[in-house]
Design a protein around this ligand. Structure first.
Ligand SMILES: Cc1ncc(COP(=O)(O)O)c(C=O)c1O
Length: 383
């Protein structure tokens, strides 16, 4: 069945956080990480059928949901997980906050590389733990790890290594060599790895397939908490359904103890959508990826043609990470996001990700809307 990503429903005046910020203003919202496209038709059909049932009592994940997730991960990421490794969660942010709580004690260090999705930066303080960071380095073509700095950082009383892969915002899919080095470092320093892989279904470049770090070998699997969800890939984040994959029974029990009494069961509509997304929505995902790949290429081409702006190829996600520092310095402007907003495009401010002078652009929208956003950015920079 052909899927249409050239148009999208009108979200103005809707409940959307992304769109409500600019209600009544001529600003194209390209910030919060959801896409403007409808969810896959098969997901909508399953939700309608579940609603028609009419009863919304407490629910636990049922066998065919487990099977869809287990088989989907085996098919798409070559990782054979066991159903009992799954811990269901209402969200991935909940999932990594629980990991911080489960692994460390007050005063312990939690490592992450910056820039990164802002809730990573706040999670340690939620449990009186210390954020320890090392910057990723832009090689010109892609963002990479600074291994000596990372090794030194984790030696500072760190218990938990928070990995974001594929990475928001730099768009990298870390390769086998990089993941192997992280696994070895975790082994040397006896760290637990919490790997947020929420964007794993959105790899744009077939040359860089997603490898779950826990799939490298049994040794790293034993010290890993992998977080996944259907929410980014199939654009259903407000259905609040995610899961942790924890192969080690002791770590899994510790994790569940940290959830007790605080983390609610998953919403039944989220589970309904999850089953269908993982089982039946591969063709929709492929068609989406073709659209995102073409949007990503447009963003890279248009941004790198502008004086003082630059970006790197997007290996995964629908997010582009744009360096505005040369342009800001040349024009004497201090805040790129504010400047672009005044020009009619709403982008995320890099400062929130730990790197001021950058903005993040969400290109999960029809090509015509993206073109208008890029035209506004061009006018803001060259006008
Ligand atoms: C890396 C990353 N993790 C987690 C989330 C949010 O996850 P959830 O809505 O399931 O809490 C996002 C959303 O942008 C994200 O980019």
């Amino acid at each position: 069945m052909p899927f249409d990503f050239s148009t999208a429903p009108d979200r103005t005046g809707s409940d959307s956080i992304k769109w409500r910020r600019y209600a009544g203003r001529d600003v194209i919202p390209m910030w919060v990480a959801d896409m403007d496209f409808s969810a896959p038709p098969a997901v909508l059909d399953a939700l309608h059928a579940r609603i028609d049932h009419g009863v919304f009592g407490y629910a636990d994940p049922w066998p065919s949901v487990l099977e869809a997730v287990v088989e989907g991960i085996a098919r798409d990421h070559a990782w054979r997980i066991q159903p009992e490794w799954l811990v269901w969660l209402p969200g991935v942010v909940t999932g990594f906050n629980v990991a911080v709580r489960a692994v460390g004690q007050p005063g312990d260090g939690v490592f992450t590389a910056t820039p990164v999705y802002p809730p990573f930066l706040h999670a340690p303080a939620n449990f009186e733990q210390r954020l320890v960071t090392t910057p990723l380095v832009n090689s010109g073509q892609r963002w990479e790890w600074n291994w000596p700095a990372t090794e030194a950082a984790v030696a500072d009383g760190v218990r938990l290594f928070m990995l974001c892969n594929p990475h928001n915002p730099v768009g990298r899919v870390f390769d086998r060599d990089e993941l192997g080095r992280i696994a070895a470092l975790a082994e040397r320093h006896d760290l637990v790895i919490c790997s947020d892989e929420i964007h794993c279904g959105l790899v744009l470049d077939p040359a860089t397939p997603h490898i779950p770090i826990a799939a490298l070998d049994e040794q790293v699997a034993r010290r890993s908490i992998t977080l996944m969800a259907p929410s980014k890939t199939w654009n259903i984040p407000a259905l609040y359904c995610a899961f942790a994959i924890i192969p080690d029974p002791t770590l899994r029990a510790r994790y569940k103890r940290a959830m007790a009494g605080i983390v609610p069961h998953v919403n039944v509509l989220g589970l309904t959508a999850t089953e269908v997304a993982y089982r039946d929505c591969g063709p929709w995902r492929e068609a989406l990826i073709a659209t995102l790949r073409s949007n990503a290429a447009r963003v890279v081409e248009a941004i790198n043609a502008l004086p003082g702006l630059s970006t790197t190829p997007v290996e995964a996600t629908y997010l582009a990470w744009i360096d505005c520092r040369d342009w800001l310095a040349a024009k004497g402007i201090d805040n790129a996001a504010r400047h672009f907003e005044q020009a009619g495009v709403g982008l995320s401010d890099g400062k929130d990700f730990g790197l001021p002078g950058f903005v993040r652009l969400n290109f999960g929208c029809p090509a015509a809307r993206l073109e208008e956003g890029l035209a506004r950015i061009r006018r803001a920079v060259t006008g």
